[in-house]
Design a protein around this ligand. Structure first.
Ligand SMILES: C[S@@+](CC[C@H](N)C(=O)[O-])C[C@H]1O[C@@H](n2cnc3c(N)ncnc32)[C@H](O)[C@@H]1O
Length: 215
């Protein structure tokens, strides 16, 4: 299913074929990245059986490649980058998961009204690529029956500085793609107002991982 949008065009430049190829090479060599491992471990610790997964901005599909082995029965993967989706699809086929993953090329917030709910909704390093985190997280929460798990950059002085510099160079290059350091307390209260409570929080140097369960 393909529904390209303005966001997808911007995202295709930022998350290009070359980036996707290099991420897939790293994944095959080293396995999931550290923040993704945190997210996978905490989801596995819940011992959910026969769950389904909605992976928003799943990139090359690491979360479903891993969880389809032992935790989830099927997945919907929505991504704004066609290059990332292509690599995710090829890897799913290589692992024999093709029949269990539905791939959608779109901005999730555009297609959300047409999508079904899932037990687990994941956003691994996605909110920081999207300007309107409230719209994205609200739609994500509305699509989760049980769990929302996400990773995002920490609100630290060194990341504020890094994001300012990145923003400056993106403007200089006239590249419309931006990264965002969204306020963690506001993301947390939005998810709480949607009926979730935070049951796990882990920190790395750059990334924070939070898992929310529906109360
Ligand atoms: C930094 S990458 C992370 C990919 C993957 N989750 C990971 O951690 O390796 C961000 C991904 O989110 C996607 N993305 C960002 N905003 C999106 C949106 N609103 N709808 C769908 N995909 C989105 C991008 O296309 C990109 O693949």
């Amino acid at each position: 299913m393909t529904m390209p949008c303005n966001c997808c065009e911007i995202t295709d430049n930022a998350f290009s074929e070359a980036e996707a190829r290099s991420e897939m090479r790293n994944y095959r060599k080293r396995g999931p990245a550290a923040q993704t491992k945190l997210l996978l471990n905490v989801i596995r610790s819940l011992n959910l059986k026969n769950a389904d997964l909605l992976d928003i901005g799943g990139g090359i599909g690491v979360i479903h490649h891993e969880l389809l082995e032992d935790t989830v029965k099927e997945t919907t993967h929505v991504d704004a980058s066609s290059a990332y989706l292509k690599h995710a699809r090829e890897e799913a086929a290589r692992r024999g998961h093709a029949e269990r993953v539905k791939f959608i090329h779109a901005d999730f917030t555009d297609v959300a009204p047409e999508l079904s709910k899932a037990d687990i909704v994941t956003l691994d390093r996605v909110v920081c690529c999207y300007p309107d985190f409230r719209r994205l997280l609200k739609a994500a929460a509305e699509h989760s029956r049980r769990v929302v798990a996400l990773t995002y950059p920490r609100e630290t002085w060194y990341l504020r500085f890094f994001f300012k510099i990145t923003d400056f160079f993106q403007k200089l290059r006239r590249d419309p793609f931006r990264v965002f350091l969204h306020p963690v307390a506001e993301m947390d209260s939005l998810l709480k107002s949607e009926g979730f409570e935070r049951v796990s929080l882990r920190r790395l140097f750059v990334w924070e991982m939070a898992l929310y369960q529906r109360m």
